[in-house]
Design a protein. Structure first.
Length: 486
């Protein structure tokens, strides 16, 4: 295996390839905090109370809503249809009944948001109420109801109601076997090692936390500096190696890189003691193994979502110990300084919610993957819950055959201590302040990290918005490059 393609300077091998794979790799670290019904009820109460305190604004909005309904009933309304496939059927425009229902729903959604803006609440309260309104609006969509949806009408008449009977059976099985979520993917179509994660490689190291895979080179000559990939600790690592033609690992091997991948084990109750120190140490252990096997003093280190946080911390620990192991650092969908107003979960994150979450996970001694799935689905309720539910329960359609959707539904548990450590980091936000967080006995100071760093911000990431990732600029030492991609 020749090693004569050594780069002349510190270059990031993922500047092109990570951008190519961003569409399928844009799912950030799923928020670990559960949604609190108390916080949601509090947001609703605040909305009602503020509307009552400002009656002129409320009455003005109500008058506009009433005028809208009169126009809608008279057939004189005009609304731009939502930009999603749920209303592509031309009957939503052509049939008076469906058209009036759709316009009434659009009017209610529009006027409620106008009222929210008029009440001039602080940003955090407005974001909480916005999340609540999104859930209500998605649930009230006329596309969700048998009598309103023309496609469901046709299907019910054609099958003489058998689609609804079949849907009830499916709904029961999902409550029993899928935590109440609609089935989103046909899991029988995929099997890791057969049609997913099939790039040749071998496990060269394992312990109770992870396995390290070394992939078989695809070229006669390879770059001297190897590449170490670290996935999120709440997702399966094969996001980097989905299937032939959609594999970052395959792409990098074809370009002459020596590739290694950390695969996190799925923790059980017996692993409840594992915390942030153990996971960061695992990255360091993997890096040491990569150096030994490749006989290279340095490696390129890449992480996605929660894995990006771990590699940033690991690189900072190495810097604090004066170990020059890292050649370049690539962080995908990672935010150094998240703000509560950036995301819906952030807006709902309060000290009371953190305490509740810790009590729950300590009682279970584990944070279960099913909880993560619910959190992710509530971030996009219209697409992931309601549209999927209508297709699966009312129309009798087969679930998706997407390997990305399979990966999204194939999450892992989080160890009790790791969960508590992570939500402390989420709530206290220590990374922007040098020395506020200590990992493995080393005060973390990203500003002292003098390696070239590359940040990938997927434009349509609904968990970690690109503009929050863009704020990473200035927190790292070395040359920083931030790329927003679609």
């Amino acid at each position: 295996m020749a090693n004569n393609q050594q780069p002349a300077k510190s270059v990031n091998p993922l500047h092109t390839s990570a951008r190519e794979g961003a569409a399928s790799n844009s799912s950030s670290m799923v928020p670990l905090l559960p949604y609190s019904t108390e916080e949601i009820r509090g947001a609703l109460a605040l909305f009602i109370r503020q509307a009552a305190y400002q009656p002129a604004k409320f009455l003005s909005s109500a008058a506009r809503l009433a005028a809208d309904q009169i126009d809608i009933l008279g057939g004189n309304s005009e609304y731009e249809l939502p930009a999603n496939s749920r209303f592509d059927d031309p009957r939503w425009k052509e049939r008076g009944f469906q058209r009036r229902l759709l316009h009434a729903w659009l009017s209610l959604d529009q006027r409620s948001h106008e009222l929210l803006e008029a009440l001039e609440l602080d940003t955090l309260d407005e974001r909480r109420i916005e999340f609540l309104l999104k859930q209500i609006s998605s649930g009230l969509s006329p596309a969700n109801f048998v009598v309103c949806n023309p496609e469901v009408n046709d299907r019910t008449l054609t099958t003489r109601g058998k689609n609804l009977i079949q849907g009830l059976g499916r709904l029961w099985r999902d409550f029993r076997d899928n935590s109440g979520l609609p089935t989103q993917v046909d899991k029988d179509l995929f099997k890791v090692g057969e049609n997913l994660a099939v790039t040749p490689g071998n496990v060269i190291y394992r312990n109770e936390v992870f396995e390290l895979i070394q992939y078989t080179p695809a070229t006669t000559e390879v770059h001297r500096t190897p590449l170490l990939l670290v996935p999120s600790f709440i997702n399966r690592g094969y996001i980097f190696d989905l299937k032939p033609g959609r594999s970052l690992v395959e792409n990098m091997l074809a370009k002459g890189h020596s590739v290694f991948l950390v695969m996190w084990n799925n923790p059980g109750v017996e692993h409840r003691h594992l915390g942030i120190d153990d996971y960061v140490q695992s990255v360091l252990t993997a890096g040491e193994a990569v150096r030994d096997v490749s006989r290279s003093g340095k490696f390129n280190l890449t992480g996605i979502c929660g894995g990006a946080q771990l590699v940033a911390l690991a690189a900072a620990v190495l810097q604090g110990r004066r170990k020059r192991w890292v050649n370049t650092l690539t962080l995908i969908s990672f935010v150094v300084d998240p703000q509560p107003e950036d995301t819906d979960p952030g807006a709902l994150c309060t000290e009371a919610v953190v305490k509740l979450a810790k009590r729950q996970v300590r009682k279970q001694q584990l944070y279960k993957a099913s909880s993560l799935n619910w959190t992710m689905n509530l971030l996009q309720p219209d697409r992931l819950l309601w549209a999927t539910g209508v297709d699966y329960y009312l129309l009798g359609k087969d679930p998706s055959a997407s390997e990305v959707m399979y990966w999204m539904n194939h999450q892992v548990n989080v160890a009790e201590k790791m969960y508590c450590d992570e939500i402390d980091i989420m709530f206290n936000n220590p990374l922007p302040e040098p020395g506020k967080l200590e990992v493995l006995g080393v005060p973390i100071d990203l500003g002292k990290l003098k390696v070239d760093n590359y940040h990938l911000a997927p434009y349509y990431d609904h968990v970690m918005p690109w503009h929050s990732i863009y704020r990473n600029h200035g927190f790292f030492g070395g040359n920083s490059e931030i790329v927003v991609t679609n």
